[in-house]
Design a protein around this ligand. Structure first.
Ligand code: NAP
Length: 493
């Protein structure tokens, strides 16, 4: 028996988890639950939480109910229907401690690449420090919305005041009494705007294309509710099931021709009518494309904030920045003190911060050629023993945490099988991957976000394919990730 195989049998494969956001945490916990402890979690930040570590802008709060935006393997004493950034960050810390994962974590360590060594059947994982460490299995948990998208407006560098992206919020600047521009009206901006509107002297909100918005219904749980959730975990579980069911109903709206599409549009229009005072403002805020074409926004404070006298919606794109101001597409310049870019993320650039080289030393980016695709959104043929969480076409399905858990389970089940059967290599059948991508593409043709639906969104790669979205509710992904790995993987001893 070779040394690799003997080690695999004894301790289980050496596993590198890259990223300690919720994907990395789910994977680590599930490995531990299977008795697989030979793993390291690398995290470039100084603490866990991923997106909730990075995004610390005012008003930052999850827009899916906390009981759905949590791991299935742990009940938790949430203080709010929709947890804020600090509580989510604490949740990440608590889960690490509860499952004794922290001692596997190496914070402040950035992974630059993972290169497959076919002879040794392992990856050489190179760190930013220049060191290289060997691992039998690599699991990327880099997340989807982690690389901020900075605009390329002429003059941006010459702006004299503070300017920052929401995912890199500079809290050292006091916004009290300042003239502030927030550019963008996506899920992030609609949280920032109400959170700072009262404090600033003047707030300009630059909107290129409006989104369909519904109120989120957030509030603190009463002490009584929290006591019930704590004492009767089954109540939490039932609430979670109910939330998933409610999403299935809402999800029908993504079918362009279904009744629910019209119902969702009616609800959103009614919300505009009853919340926004000025008819002209209402018109600017009403999209002219189907519900679900862009990511629907859930935000209760945005429209009310726009009614304030010190808040102005500028319904135009930004074309230029000057040393003291910002210019919109009509050529109007507004003087500002602070510029906030709520301009989103490079969602289609999967694995952008890490080079993965598979069989023959080919980079995954060369394999993809700007058209990322993966079997179950998790594995790519020619990249053995490599798994991705939140990979191509896995965004959506309601709770991203549930999606991440399914992906972690695929990786962990495979690793457990590697140990049990003494496998050195598990790769993906090219035919299975092709069939998967064709099926996903066919589902997305009917999706409200399909090209030609007259809206801009962050889902489409340069190839024109929607490479980010999962086209169904979570239940379908659950079933497929439980079954398809049996036919999609090739095992080598
Ligand atoms: P986003 O949805 O991509 O929105 C970016 C906004 O910036 C859009 O309004 C976009 O306009 C605008 N924009 C981008 N580039 C621009 C430019 N050069 N000039 C002018 N405007 C520009 O990004 P996001 O709001 O950060 O949200 C991203 C995703 O993160 C969400 O879809 C959601 O999945 C997640 N998120 C979740 C939460 C939560 O759960 N609480 C909160 C925040 C974000 P166009 O619409 O015209 O492109």
């Amino acid at each position: 028996m070779s040394r690799t195989r003997a080690r695999t049998r004894a301790r289980g494969p050496r596993v590198a988890i890259i990223g300690c956001g919720f994907g990395g945490i789910a994977t680590a916990v599930k490995l531990k639950k299977k008795g697989l402890t030979n793993f390291t979690v690398f995290e470039q930040s100084d603490g866990p939480g991923g997106t909730w570590w990075d995004n610390r802008y005012p008003g930052c709060e999850v827009d899916i109910a906390s009981h759905a935006y949590s791991f299935s393997f742990l009940t938790y004493d949430w203080t709010r229907t929709h947890a804020g950034q600090a509580e989510l960050q604490q949740y990440a810390e608590d889960v690490l401690d509860r499952f004794d994962v922290r001692r596997h974590c190496r914070f402040g360590v950035r992974v630059e690449s993972a290169s497959w060594d076919a002879e040794a059947a392992r990856y050489d994982v190179r760190l930013a420090s220049g060191e290289t460490e060997p691992f039998d299995v690599v699991i990327s948990c880099l997340g989807l919305l982690s690389r901020p998208r900075y605009p390329d407006w002429p003059g941006l560098d010459d702006f004299e005041g503070p300017k920052f992206h929401t995912a890199r919020w500079e809290s050292s600047h006091d916004l009290t009494g300042k003239r502030v521009a927030v550019v963008g009206t996506g899920s992030t901006a609609t949280q920032v705007v109400p959170a700072i509107a009262e404090q600033v002297e003047q707030l300009y909100v630059f909107q290129r294309q409006p989104g369909w918005i519904l109120p989120k219904g957030e509030r603190d749980y009463t002490p009584r509710e929290r006591a019930v959730f704590r004492r009767l975990p089954v109540v939490q579980k039932l609430r979670r099931l109910r939330l998933f069911y409610q999403f299935r109903v809402m999800f029908k709206g993504y079918d362009l021709h279904g009744k629910r599409q019209q119902q969702n549009l009616r609800l959103c229009r009614e919300y505009i009518r009853t919340t926004v005072d000025d008819p002209e403002l209402r018109a600017h805020l009403t999209p002219d494309y189907p519900w679900g074409c862009k990511r629907p926004v859930l935000a209760s404070g945005f429209y009310p904030a726009l009614n304030r006298p010190n808040v102005e919606l500028v319904p135009h794109a930004v074309t230029q920045v000057t040393p003291k101001g910002i210019v919109d597409a009509t050529g109007t310049e507004r003087e500002i003190d602070v510029l906030v870019m709520a301009t989103g993320f490079h969602a289609t650039k999967f694995l952008a911060s890490m080079d993965v080289r598979g069989t023959g030393g080919v980079s995954i980016h060369d394999t993809w050629k700007n058209d990322p695709r993966a079997f179950l959104g998790i594995t790519v043929p020619g990249y053995p023993n490599f798994f991705m969480l939140y990979g191509p076409n896995t965004n959506g399905g309601f709770s991203v945490l549930a999606q991440l858990e399914r992906q972690a389970e695929v990786a962990v089940r495979t690793i457990a099988r590697m140990r049990r059967k003494g496998l050195r290599v598990v790769d993906t059948r090219p035919s299975a991957a092709e069939r998967w991508v064709r099926w996903v593409d066919r589902q997305l043709v009917k999706h409200a976000s399909a090209m030609g639906a007259n809206c801009t969104n962050y889902y489409h790669a340069e190839s024109g394919r929607n490479v980010t979205q999962w086209p169904k509710p979570h239940g379908e992904y659950y079933l497929l990730t439980k079954t398809l790995p049996y036919v999609g993987f090739i095992e080598v001893r």
